[in-house]
Design a binder for this molecule. Sequence first.
Ligand SMILES: Cc1cc2nc3c(=O)[nH]c(=O)nc-3n(C[C@H](O)[C@H](O)[C@H](O)COP(=O)(O)OP(=O)(O)OC[C@H]3O[C@@H](n4cnc5c(N)ncnc54)[C@H](O)[C@@H]3O)c2cc1C
Length: 279
Amino acid sequence: MKPTRFEYERPADVAGVIALIRREDIAIKILAGGQSLGPMLNLRLVQPDVLVDITGIPELKRVEETADAIVVGACVTHADIEDGRVPDVTGGALPAVARGIAYRAVRNRGTLGGSLSHADPAADWVASLTAMGATLMIRGPSGARTLAIGEFVTGVFEVALAPGEILEAVRIPRLSRSARWGFCKICRKTGELAQAIAAVLHDPERSVFRAVIGATESMPVVIPDATSLFSGKPSGSAAGVFDSGAARGVLQASGMTDSIDNQIHVVALRRAIERAGLV
Ligand SMILES: Cc1cc2nc3c(=O)[nH]c(=O)nc-3n(C[C@H](O)[C@H](O)[C@H](O)COP(=O)(O)OP(=O)(O)OC[C@H]3O[C@@H](n4cnc5c(N)ncnc54)[C@H](O)[C@@H]3O)c2cc1C
């Protein structure tokens, strides 16, 4: 199938995008890398009157490093992060996540903002940036606002963007030198979306010990204090002994009652914890 007919606009700046997308009398879609939107157009799952291409807007590709974070423009691609064109404030965590997304052709065009706005529960950035505590910067007709990623993603393919709003940038906190990060994505073959994702961040200097389980049937499962996943006493770099029963219980409580699905996610979590060097 091919898309229905649509008009194509390519504004030069964010103000121009907002002027277009605030219109409520017609169906409008923002086009970033097109890696998710393209198939949706071809399958006629979306039938916009106007497509607003945001890839030519310099503001959306800007990257700003501060003492405690990096702010990455929404149109920065997965490949930009993979290749180190974005300064890494996460000790290698961001490029490693980027490298695991799809194939290089998808990573060349797919954008950080597109992935988060699409909010596929299996998306690598949704789970990993939730674990990192990212904040999303949004702009719309009434100005700018910020939302924690957990408030931005509100459901399966659902985000808290109001009509006329665009995701402008993502603020990712700098990890402390002593921080430990572990990420695990389980998929049947390389280049596919995940069957299970787990991410763990232990950053005692910033009082963060968070685990996130992604690629669930809905939103990521966030464990704000991951000490609950360990039994025994912490010793050296180990946080204790990984308690798979506790992890299984958290997933069951979140609604993941299928035992195979539950087990795959527990395995992803155990591997992320091992990769973080916490056991
Ligand atoms: C074969 C294949 C394999 C893939 N595998 C993976 C994988 O393993 N892991 C993974 O995480 N992803 C995977 N993806 C998805 C990929 O990462 C896409 O890049 C991403 O989901 C969408 O980004 P995009 O820039 O292409 O957005 P688009 O497809 O252009 O847009 C997606 C949606 O977001 C909206 N949007 C885009 N940008 C903004 C913005 N700044 N503000 C508001 N709304 C916006 C669009 O209107 C649209 O609704 C895969 C895709 C393909 C085609």
